[in-house]
Design a protein around this ligand. Sequence first.
Ligand code: ADP
Ligand code: MG
Length: 238
Amino acid sequence: MAKIQFSNIKKSFGSADVLKGIDLDIAPGEFLVLVGPSGCGKSTLLRTLAGLESADSGTISIDGKKINDIEPQNRDIAMVFQSYALYPHMTVAENMGFGLKLKNLAAAEITKRVNEISELLQIKHLLDRKPKELSGGQRQRVALGRALSRQTPVILFDEPLSNLDAHLRSQMRLEIKRLHHNSKSTMIYVTHDQMEATTLGDRIAVLKDGVIEQIGTPSEIYHRPKNTFIATFIGSPE
Ligand code: ADP
Ligand code: MG
């Protein structure tokens, strides 16, 4: 399990200061939900952790080790996006095993892990299909499976369910909760969905204008929002 620390992380694009000094400690195995208005820097924050963007200043560390200068492929972090981003020419099984192949895992071990994860996600019957032969919900399951099969200590989710219909979304929400329960990974999950935020999060962090405006358990944020801005995101009890 990985402990993640952001310390005074700043990031600008041109004259736009997107992250203005993020301080955030995430406990090993925690499920942290990140919410905030569109354009407030949620994806950018995840991308700095994954190494897809570099921070202008500040420190990101995992288990006390600074990772700012480590290449993305060496960070041992998996990411699930809103767009499924599956490899179109590969089967479901190949998509799911690809990250493991890069890590030089033996073929038998890859098959074993892909089978286990696909059983959990109920996509075993789809292993020989190509992405274009799948529904949106099935593709998102495969994308989830691909991230989970790597068994990385850190998994990042960037609005992974927002393209799905309400029924599938609630089904997948329960599956993600179960998967977190059974895994040792630390997870950060960006969403616009209040239900996802409050049912999945050990804590919820609300990002606004490049800083963390409030962080706390779902109950703390829901019952004691610091201001009306927070209340509009998580819903005040009034
Ligand atoms: P969120 O995920 O919260 O909606 P983002 O982190 O994607 O927000 O973006 C935050 C701001 O940074 C937005 O104004 C966006 O246009 C800008 N931004 C993000 N990535 C880039 C980039 N690569 N180049 C320039 N501007 C960017
Ligand atoms: Mg985003």
